[in-house]
Design a protein around this ligand. Structure first.
Ligand code: FES
Ligand SMILES: [Fe+2]
Length: 403
């Protein structure tokens, strides 16, 4: 039996409502299929405030692919494959930088900020530079948040875009700026990181700091009426966010998206050590509403908006059992560090929470790797994770059939 047949058999035999067999978290062949699946989808690459001037760029990776996202001469943002059209070298090597021309470090072919090849030495007369522009990468910007897909024909974003626009817009993210970013390297398969992020079953035992503030840490049945919130929106406070969920039957054709509202405990207005404000209110928000909003896009991007700051979570698969989680903190564009916000206070909650997540995801992988591991049942508080794993299993089954 070859590996494809074996994986097919494992998928067909799997128990719904249970975590995956070890092989899906450990095998290079599965990981290769995973990257193919992820390549078809969209993921968040960052925020446009990282590119204030023309020539500012960021790079971002997914498996073997790398993109340059750069602000062009007229202020527009474009994305290109970070692959030189000469013999294929990476062009930009840094995560972030500034350049008037994108110059390949190998033989110095040079591209303008619109991706056009401007200089290539010693080429034959028949050479036409216009045949060798950088290849574009699909890009969407929603209220300042950058989304990319490495597919030639990415899955449909039609359902996801307005839901995200509504949430990011309500919090003024188009006029936000990156206050801080941190990278947490996690020795685990990307699916274990994703599974962890989509359930709050672990919040009470693993995140005391989060659980003191967020009612999400409690089972639904134990929340009081006021805590139950799915706080409809809070128009009096200037925050109108519609909850939204799109779980297409065919997850490989349409992007998955979910936006939920959630309440904080009484007296808590934001995600900070004491639940008190840590930065000026964002966008047009007039007052704290005692809640927050979560969003998820596809498998790799999650978002959390408080009234005074926001968070972007980027899950970056780096290897079969290696994942980076990048956390980006957003504040209002005109907030000044040291005056309007204290960086340590701003990042405290999600720094301690992310460190704890790193630890538990790695523990999870260690146990999954052992000979005694077998798939276990998801609890009632892990329904989000279960949904993602079901969709993933469907998608992988399709990919294997096509292989
Ligand atoms: S590979 Fe880029 S200039 Fe040669
Ligand atoms: Fe967590």
């Amino acid at each position: 039996m070859n590996i494809t047949e074996h994986l097919n058999q494992q998928l067909q035999g799997r128990r719904p409502g249970f975590s995956l067999e070890q092989i899906f978290y450990a095998d290079p062949a599965v990981y290769a299929h995973d990257l193919d699946i992820l390549r078809q989808r969209w993921f968040c690459a960052g925020h446009v405030s990282d590119l204030p001037q023309r020539g500012d760029y960021i790079t971002t990776q997914l498996g073997p692919d790398s993109a340059i996202v750069v602000r062009g001469p007229n202020g527009e943002v474009r994305a290109f494959h970070n692959v030189c059209r000469h013999r294929g070298s990476r062009i930009c090597l840094e995560a972030q930088g500034h350049a008037a021309l994108l110059v390949c470090p190998y033989h110095a072919w040079s591209y303008d900020l619109e991706g056009k090849l401007k200089a290539a030495r010693q080429m034959p007369e028949t050479f036409d530079a216009s045949d060798y522009s950088l290849k574009p990468v699909a890009l969407k910007i929603i209220e300042g948040v950058i989304f990319l897909s490495f597919a030639n024909q990415p899955v449909d974003f039609t359902l996801a875009a307005p839901a995200l626009k509504n949430m990011f817009g309500a919090y003024g993210w188009a006029d936000a700026k990156v206050a801080h970013r941190a990278l947490y390297a996690v020795d685990a398969n990307w699916k274990l990181a994703m599974e962890n992020y989509h359930e709050c079953y672990h919040c009470t035992p693993s995140h005391q700091e989060f659980s003191r503030l967020h009612t999400l840490a409690k089972p639904k049945a134990q929340r009081s009426e006021s805590e139950h919130i799915l706080l409809a929106s809070a128009p009096d406070c200037g925050i109108e966010v519609a909850e939204f969920e799109a779980w297409p039957v065919e997850p490989d054709t349409e992007e998955l998206v979910r936006v939920i509202r959630s309440s904080l405990y009484d007296g808590t207005v934001t995600g900070s050590a004491d639940g008190q404000p840590v930065a000026p209110l964002m966008g047009d928000i007039k007052a704290y509403d005692g809640g927050c909003s979560f969003a998820e896009l596809g498998y790799l991007s999650s978002f959390l908006a408080y009234a005074d700051h926001g968070l972007i979570y980027r899950f970056i698969p780096r290897g079969v059992q290696r994942t980076e989680i990048e956390v980006i903190w957003l504040v209002s564009n005109d907030a000044v560090e040291g005056k309007d916000y204290d960086l340590e206070k701003l990042i405290w909650l999600w720094h301690v929470t992310s460190l704890a997540d790193k630890k538990i995801i790695e523990m999870n992988q260690a146990g999954v790797n052992s000979s005694a591991y077998e798939p276990g049942p998801y609890s009632l508080m892990e329904s989000g994770t279960e949904l993602y794993i079901e969709r993933y299993a469907n998608e992988l089954a399709k990919a294997l059939k096509a292989a």
